[in-house]
Design a protein around this ligand. Structure first.
Ligand code: AMP
Ligand code: GLY
Length: 433
């Protein structure tokens, strides 16, 4: 047992990224114990609405400028939101300069950045996941498809911003997905993974880890499709809720034992000290949980959904992960509430979107109702305009899901921009009315 005093909270935090996830992270960190100021780079139209938050006009790929900002502001913890800067080595660069970072280095980020690498690690670790074939050429991929003679799931190897997966219904559809990948849509050196199709409801589990130990957040369920009844094209996520009853305490514990602990051990065996969040996208099949994908970051909108449930120890816990001292962190308290999140998207999303519409809101945030900004931009005249596919997230908490969703949808009715699109049935799995 450690006799050291509990780790202090960081007073000055930098959040990297500009989406709804980062707006929610900044909101949760600024209300954490001991945090005095939070900078967000590049942030969005909602950053300056958060008390104690400042916006830095630094893009997430400018590692040098981000490091300089850490020095200039005496930043004690950096939390990196998106996967691209992690895969590009931002955490490595900052850590090499002595700045504690919540987010894996480029080595650990391969869990998301390379499907081939992640699948090989899962097989090595004995983690349940669909059977697969990898291919580095069109010919190899088509031959594997031919040999299996059934429609396989086709996954481009690298980061594809959520657009690299085709769940083919027919062999022909799988063949065209393969052709598309090798036609250069995903970059010059294309490679892919072909996977057996699995069936079952999906759930997202998040493990905060210092590379050795981990703390699990309540499981969340996302709604990936644009259309009500979970129909139509895939999106980044149109809403979410947590804790997802799909995984009770015993189910979550099983995920820890069969998925997360072996994954962390396999990372360690490769000499990787993973300091950040492991996002396991799971399918609950008849044979138990099966990993659909790993991500090296928080899910969006799962992050917006979960952050309001987390206690004021969050900043200290993330710092402890960043410094490899999770055993000395205070316990992370989790409110025993249901959290409901509904995304307001731009007209046309996830296709060609409308941008530049003024956002008006009469929503009064409260202890159990939040408005997070995603694709928004503040103008010099103070007006806030839509600037992305997913524009806003309204999140509410209550003792049951019916009340939480009622509160979230009532909040959403207070918000308006031209062409605003949202699903009316988020949480249909857990609502009775
Ligand atoms: P994304 O990787 O977020 O583009 O989404 C991929 C989606 O494809 C997942 O959320 C699943 O719904 C689906 N998917 C991925 N792999 C499989 C699989 N092996 N079997 C069935 N569906 C899958
Ligand atoms: N909500 C899904 C994702 O963040 O990838």
């Amino acid at each position: 047992m450690s006799t050291a005093a509990p780790l202090m909270s960081p007073a000055r935090v930098l959040v990297v990224g500009g989406g709804g996830r980062e707006n929610a992270l900044a909101w949760a960190l600024q209300r954490s114990e001991g945090v005095e100021r939070v900078w967000v780079a590049p942030g969005n139209g909602g950053t300056l609405d958060l008390p104690g938050c400042e916006q830095l006009a630094i893009p997430e790929h400018n590692h040098e400028a981000l490091l300089n900002a850490c020095h200039e502001h005496g930043v004690e913890l950096v939390v990196v939101g998106p996967e691209a800067p992690l895969a590009a080595g931002l955490a490595d660069r900052l850590r090499a300069a002595g700045v504690p970072v919540f987010g894996p280095g480029a080595d650990g980020a391969q869990l998301e950045a390379s499907k081939q690498w992640a699948k090989a690690l899962m097989v090595e670790a004995g983690v349940p996941t669909a059977g697969y074939w990898q291919a580095n050429s069109r010919e190899e991929a088509l031959a594997a498809l031919e040999a299996q003679a059934k429609p396989l799931v086709v996954k481009a190897d690298g980061l594809a911003a959520g657009k690299g997966v085709t769940v083919a219904e027919t062999i022909e559809e799988a063949r065209s997905a393969i052709e598309e990948i090798f036609a250069g849509r995903f970059g010059g050196d294309a490679s892919l993974v072909l996977e057996e199709r699995t069936h079952g409801p999906e759930v997202s589990v998040f493990a905060l880890t210092d590379g050795e130990r981990m703390v699990l957040l309540p499981p969340a369920q996302d709604h990936k499709r644009i259309g009500e009844g979970d129909t139509g094209p895939n999106t980044g996520g149109m809403g979410a809720y947590a804790p997802a009853p799909l995984l009770d305490a015993a189910g979550l514990d099983a995920v820890r034992r069969v998925v997360l602990e072996p994954t962390l051990a396999a990372l360690q065996a490769r000499g990787i000290r993973y300091r950040g969040v492991i996002y396991a996208g799971l399918m609950l099949t008849d044979n138990g949980p099966s990993v659909i994908e790993f991500n090296c970051r928080f899910g969006d909108p799962e992050c917006e959904t979960l952050m309001p449930l987390l206690g004021p120890e969050l900043a200290a816990v993330l710092l402890a992960c960043a410094t490899g001292q999770l055993d000395q962190a205070p316990a992370l308290s989790i409110a025993p509430l249901c959290s409901a999140c509904v995304i307001a998207a731009a007209h046309g999303y996830p296709g060609e979107i409308r941008k530049g519409d003024a956002i008006s809101s009469n929503l009064e945030p409260s202890a159990e109702l939040q408005l997070f900004h995603a694709g928004t931009q503040r103008q010099a005249d103070g007006r806030c305009l839509s600037s992305g596919g997913r524009v806003l997230a309204v999140v509410a908490q209550a003792n049951d899901f019916d009340s939480a969703f009622e509160k979230a949808y009532t909040g959403l009715a207070q918000v308006h921009f031209e062409g605003m699109t949202y699903r009316h049935d988020i949480g249909h799995q857990v609502r009775r009315r």
